[in-house]
Design a protein around this ligand. Structure first.
Ligand SMILES: Cc1cc2nc3c(=O)[nH]c(=O)nc-3n(C[C@H](O)[C@H](O)[C@H](O)COP(=O)(O)OP(=O)(O)OC[C@H]3O[C@@H](n4cnc5c(N)ncnc54)[C@H](O)[C@@H]3O)c2cc1C
Length: 314
């Protein structure tokens, strides 16, 4: 996996991958917008664009080149000065001495993925979809050249579920499920960390979604909450929290938003395992570990833009 991953980082491959990922992102964003309109979904969405900020001249210079490439492939990513970053997001004013520039994609959006999923599930249930929750997928039962069914475990014991078609969408656990069938996916788990802080009125928090590429962090305003998510730790399926990373996440937040006020803490974040998630408390925020998937190529069971900063809806 290591060498295959590195090969995808060569200049020629990177350009191809950016083209494929930009195309996929634009398509995905279009689908999301249609779905939201048709089903009238509400999930604290913000349509104010996504701003990437840079504090190191080298990183900014690379971002300028990447933005050029993305524009060539149809994304409206603008390279902007530090002053313009603050015009776009005034909450960054306290970090002015650090900023060297940014890039801004006005058409990008953000929202609460958990609320989105719940709303979508409600609409689907109203149309007759039967959701079988609290089941653990144990294995796929083979039946000759076909799939005989999926063995699941739940409160009522073990059960074989059968269907006309099967979608494997277990995030970074998908390769483990498919490996016994001889299917090897180029997906490895990457552990991320996220913290959600509740905000009082006039909190000095950003309202535009921000990405700090140098620290692999994203800041998303979700109504009266601020979610900070990111980092990528390659540590297999281990979900232990690294206290140093948790502290670094909050420290960078304070660096970029020195005037940020927080209210009571509140937990959130998507779990990637079936056991209780470990948590670590820091500065009034509960930091949660989540395992995303890092694709070695654009084909993947769960792309992770936090690792490969991309113009996907956040
Ligand atoms: C820290 C972090 C920050 C991120 N930030 C962003 C962002 O800002 N914007 C963005 O667009 N994307 C972001 N991502 C990426 C995004 O989270 C993933 O692309 C997305 O969650 C993939 O969705 P999925 O449904 O394919 O997989 P997952 O969300 O991983 O869902 C898979 C589900 O399968 C369940 N599961 C696994 N095994 C079993 C089993 N045996 N039985 C039953 N259930 C099982 C898991 O518990 C999980 O709920 C981030 C990821 C991380 C880790």
């Amino acid at each position: 996996m290591g060498l295959r991953f590195l090969r995808e980082c060569l200049p020629g491959r990177t350009r191809q991958n950016i083209a494929a990922i930009v195309a996929l992102s634009l398509y995905s964003r279009g689908c999301l917008q249609v779905l939201r309109r048709e089903l009238n979904l509400e999930y604290d969405q913000l349509e104010r664009g996504i701003l990437h900020v840079y504090t190191q001249p080298d990183a900014f210079a690379q971002a300028v080149e990447a933005a050029k490439t993305m524009r060539r492939f149809g994304l409206d990513r603008q390279t902007v000065s530090a002053e313009r970053c603050i015009e776009i997001e005034p909450a960054l004013a306290g970090a002015r001495p650090l900023l060297v520039g940014g890039d801004y994609t006005p058409s990008d959006e953000s929202g609460d993925a958990h609320k989105f999923t719940r709303e979508l599930a409600d609409r689907a249930a109203a149309q007759g979809v039967d959701f079988r929750l609290n089941l653990t997928v144990d294995r796929i039962a083979p039946g000759g050249s076909q799939i005989a069914g999926v063995v699941v475990n739940g409160p009522a014991g073990s059960e074989l579920l059968t269907a006309d078609a099967y979608v494997a969408a277990l995030g970074s656990y998908t390769p483990l499920l498919l490996r016994p069938l001889g299917i090897r996916l180029p997906v490895v788990p990457a552990k991320g960390y996220s913290a959600t802080v509740a905000l009082p009125d006039a909190a000095g928090a950003p309202t535009v979604s921000l990405t700090d590429d140098e620290h692999r962090l994203v800041f998303s305003r979700l109504g009266k909450r601020l979610r900070i998510a990111g980092t990528a730790e390659f540590n297999g399926y281990n979900l232990d929290l690294n206290a140093v990373r948790c502290a670094a996440l909050m420290q960078r937040t304070r660096q970029l938003f020195p005037a940020l006020q927080t209210a009571a803490s509140r937990s959130s974040g998507a779990a990637c395992v079936r056991r209780r998630r470990p948590t670590y408390r820091s500065s009034g925020a509960r930091v949660t570990a989540t395992c995303g998937s890092t694709p070695a190529t654009a084909r993947s069971a769960g792309p992770c833009p936090a690792v490969l900063p991309l113009p996907l809806p956040t």
